[in-house]
Design a protein around this ligand. Structure first.
Ligand SMILES: *Cc1c(COP(=O)(O)O)cnc(C)c1O
Length: 375
């Protein structure tokens, strides 16, 4: 069976699709697959609720809805992430405020977050970048101290482990997962929001289904969109979920081999392996030269690239507007603060190597040899 780009798809996913199509019910309102997926993910993460959605971005939108910012309120997040972290903030007419990152791993720097908390701050959105656990205990403490919601974007961090125990996604008020093609497991597109809070779960479920409480009739008490996952997505996601522990274990095994093989190279800062889920394998070159090294690796056939983004999101052109129609609302008068650590990572020091569960010791040796030959 095809393993395009390292995906682990096979007979199990085919059987799941056949089961749904033969059932004649492809919609999760009346089917059983999405509800079963939600139960399985909630059990795996040890939380009360998982709400399925049509994408990781949709799941993050549900999380922002649960945090209930008023228009113009602020949500503090990281400038190094997928735009799916930021789009839901704008979609709720809130303002993304970008805090600078830790130069050693690109994850949010809690000190920088703390300096940006103001009267309009409603939530902190942390991202476990590339699968490395963010400093969530410090962010949790900040959120509690200031009465803010904490959202964890775990799209790149399936089964990443927190130093305090538990999986990434279980320390925030809401954690979000993605099933997009290139995440640890996939159903093409899809996402889940997990929470222990019954009221947040209720709000998210309603928003994902047009604000329609189907137990109550056909009355629309709150605003919502259609973010429902289909039964086809959910059935494939369930087959993938069964493979997840093996996928993460295999990525960890080879990532640790590469770490060992790269020890002692003075110009590289190696990622900390603790709890890492290895969506990508990141390297930091503290003295710069990431674009040159990425170019050399790519020319040798190693799937490496520098910076991860063209520019950190505090400098994304979209923030200059317009956002809605010709209007810059909710960003009028808004000027994102510089994030020097994020800017240096993206321009000079960050290199990411694509990773997947099919890498062998030979792949690792070839990658290490290529990195070791250069300056
Ligand atoms: C992939 C990703 C998203 C968005 O998920 P989609 O399923 O592509 O909508 C959000 N945040 C991060 C960190 C991601 O990697």
């Amino acid at each position: 069976m095809a393993e395009a780009g390292g995906r682990t798809l096979g007979e199990e996913e085919l059987a799941a699709l056949e089961r749904v199509i033969r059932s004649g019910m492809l919609n999760s309102v009346w089917g059983s697959e999405a509800r079963a997926l939600e139960r399985e993910v909630a059990d795996l993460y040890g939380v009360r609720h998982a709400i399925s959605a049509s994408s990781g971005t949709a799941a993050l939108h549900l999380a922002v809805v649960a945090a209930a910012p008023d228009p113009g309120d602020e949500i503090i997040t990281t400038p190094i992430t997928d735009f799916g972290t930021v789009a839901p903030i704008l979609a709720q007419n809130a303002v993304p405020v970008f805090a600078d990152v830790d130069p050693s791993d690109g994850n949010l720097d809690p000190e920088a977050v703390s300096r940006l908390i103001g009267p309009r701050t409603r939530a902190i959105m942390a991202v476990h970048l590339f699968g490395a656990p963010a400093r969530i205990a410090e962010l949790r403490a900040l959120a509690d101290e200031h009465g803010l919601a904490l959202i964890e974007d775990c799209a790149q961090a399936w089964l990443a482990e927190l130093p305090t125990g538990g999986y990434a996604g279980t320390a925030g008020d809401v954690g979000c997962l993605s099933l997009q093609q290139w995440k640890h497991i996939t159903c093409g597109d899809g996402g889940l929001a997990i929470t222990d809070d019954d009221e947040l779960a209720r709000r998210m479920r309603l928003f994902a289904d047009k604000g329609w409480d189907r137990a109550a009739g056909r009355s629309h008490a709150s605003f919502g969109l259609n973010y429902r996952m289909t039964e086809l997505q959910a059935a494939v996601a369930r087959a993938q979920l069964a493979k997840l522990p093996g996928v993460v274990a295999a990525r960890r095994r080879t990532a640790l081999m590469l770490l060992e093989a790269l020890r002692g190279l003075g110009h590289l800062r190696l990622p900390r392996p603790d709890g890492h889920a290895w969506w990508l394998f990141p390297l930091v070159l503290p003295y710069g030269g990431a674009p040159e090294l990425a170019g050399r690796l790519a020319a040798a056939g190693v799937p490496a690239r520098a910076g991860y983004l063209d520019e950190p999101l505090n400098r994304a052109p979209v923030l200059r507007g317009p956002v809605y129609g010709g209007s810059r609302f909710p960003l009028e008068g808004y000027q994102p603060a510089p994030c020097p650590a994020a800017e240096r990572l993206v321009e000079e020091t960050l290199l990411v190597i694509q990773w997947n569960e099919h890498y062998t010791e030979d792949h690792v040796k070839a990658i290490a040899a290529e990195i070791r030959t250069g300056p």
